[in-house]
Design a binder for this molecule. Structure first.
Ligand SMILES: *Cc1c(COP(=O)(O)O)cnc(C)c1O
Length: 459
């Protein structure tokens, strides 16, 4: 399989480039030239597989000659052996909805599902290449921890994580900053998540710097993450599928990575009906899908900080699709978004979006009410992000199988849980030790040169 950039489809890349670079040199996102499509019979055969077998089957066609099928198989088993569930995820039925728990990995958020795999991809790649690389990544809270856990202690690779100072929960921060491995560096930026993300984007765009340090990215635009995430849409679809009924997913959304993975699964042939883009009050995607205007506003802090994002990077992949894979038009649209801060979606394109996506916005009070309602009815504690996904279904009343993606363990957000239901959300026993460990991180201003210097001094 070959890849192109959403901003230039005349040049092709191998999976290795796509995975190591993350972002194309022209600023676009990588996308496969052609997708594998499964027909009805093939889909039926996938149903019999364990999670790891299914992951191998789905991921293998995407990686070309990066590694053999046998090596991929080993790496997948190794990656998912760090999870607390045999089949990686868990499904629980709450009334007319099914909750797909994706947080049973080492850092308690769905990001582990893709990141554990990526960590082992790096190790495999660097063993064969004999070079040292530096991963730089911005996090709204969960990516950083998942990336650190996946990369810590690995040879020939450093990881630098930029998080917005004071804007992630203490548990989220401690999962990153209590790490002692010498290849892990945490930076708190005096700014919000979009500032962190912009710093990383500017570093990539600074060719001298990014080549000098052999910079690599694992943000949610990394195609390897998207593929790994599409697996659980297949897996959960098969477990709830009632013959003849439609299946819908509601996805707590920030950067549009996770819900895009569902769309990818649909494009590969999984007969998903609708994907609900569920946002908090940082609702650029809800406004785009419901009103046709993609326009950034100021980011506000919420109790679901991993979704406090106004620029949804992966949305470019959908824009590319809406433009019928026209790279010139996509470049123009992205330029306009950058310069004028707005992308107006035509009626025609909006209809195309709505064939696959619905959206909903759940405010702060509403999120707390959902947590309370679900706790009182089912004695289950949802984290605030998951509660947004759950609440979004109630705005649409879709028939059939309704699956909510549970993206984080509630113990990562004890403040919100306590104010919703007055219950203490405890960490799983294996992780309580982080609470009184010494933390290690540097606070740096939102200043491109200063951050670059800090990284340069440590590579
Ligand atoms: C990252 C994250 C999200 C948002 O996922 P995107 O792929 O950025 O849309 C939602 N919930 C949690 C808990 C997260 O960590």
């Amino acid at each position: 399989m070959r890849y192109v950039s959403t901003r230039n489809t005349s040049k092709t890349f191998e999976f290795k480039d796509v995975f190591i670079k993350g972002l194309a040199d022209d600023g676009g996102l990588f996308i496969p030239e052609r997708l594998v499509k499964y027909d009805e019979n093939e889909i039926r055969d996938l149903k019999k597989l364990s999670y790891s077998e299914l992951a191998k089957k789905i991921v293998y066609p995407f990686i070309g000659n990066f590694m053999s099928e046998a090596d991929l198989s080993k790496i997948i088993y190794k990656s998912y052996s760090t999870f607390r569930k045999d089949n990686v995820v868990d499904l629980i039925k709450l009334g007319d909805k099914t909750v797909l728990e994706l947080f049973h990995g080492p850092t308690l958020a769905f990001k582990d599902v893709a990141m554990q795999l990526l960590g082992n991809f790096y190790e495999y790649y660097l063993n064969n290449e004999n070079q040292k690389i530096n991963i730089v990544v911005a996090t709204s809270g969960d990516t950083g921890a998942a990336a650190i856990d996946a990369i810590k202690g690995k040879k020939n690779v450093n990881i630098f994580v930029l998080h917005p100072d004071n804007r992630i929960s203490p548990v989220q921060r401690k999962l990153m900053t209590t790490n002692k491995d010498e290849n892990v560096f945490n930076i708190a930026i005096k700014g919000n998540f979009d500032d962190c993300q912009n710093l990383v984007k500017s570093m990539f765009a600074d060719k001298k710097f990014s080549n000098d340090i052999k910079m690599s990215g694992v943000n949610s635009i990394n195609w390897a993450r998207i593929i790994a995430q599409s697996v659980y849409y297949f897996y959960s679809y098969f477990l709830v599928e009632n013959i003849g009924e439609l299946t819908n997913f509601s996805v707590p959304t920030g950067n549009f990575g996770d819900v895009y993975a569902g769309y990818l699964a649909k494009k590969m042939g999984l007969p998903i009906n609708k994907l609900i883009v569920a946002t908090n009050q940082n609702d650029i995607l809800h406004r785009a899908i419901s009103k046709g205007s993609y326009e950034a506003e100021k980011v506000s802090e919420t109790i679901s900080p991993s979704m406090d994002i106004q620029i949804a990077s992966n949305f470019e992949r959908l824009i590319f699709d809406l433009n019928n894979e026209d790279d010139k038009q996509t470049s123009l649209d992205m330029k306009n978004i950058k310069e004028r801060g707005q992308y107006l979606i035509s009626k025609n394109k909006l209809n195309k979006i709505r064939e696959n996506f619905l959206s909903a916005r759940i405010g702060e009070d509403e999120t707390l009410k959902v947590i309370k309602r679900v706790y009182e009815k089912f004695a289950v504690v949802l984290d605030p992000h998951t509660a947004i996904g759950y609440g979004a279904f109630d705005k649409h009343k879709l028939k059939g199988n309704n699956i909510v993606l549970a993206t984080a363990h509630p113990c990562k957000f004890p403040g919100a849980i306590e104010s919703a239901i007055n219950v203490k959300a405890d960490l799983p026993n294996q992780l309580t030790f982080i609470l009184d460990q010494k933390e290690n991180y540097e606070i740096i201003e939102n200043d491109f040169e200063k951050v670059k210097q800090y990284i340069k001094d440590r590579t």
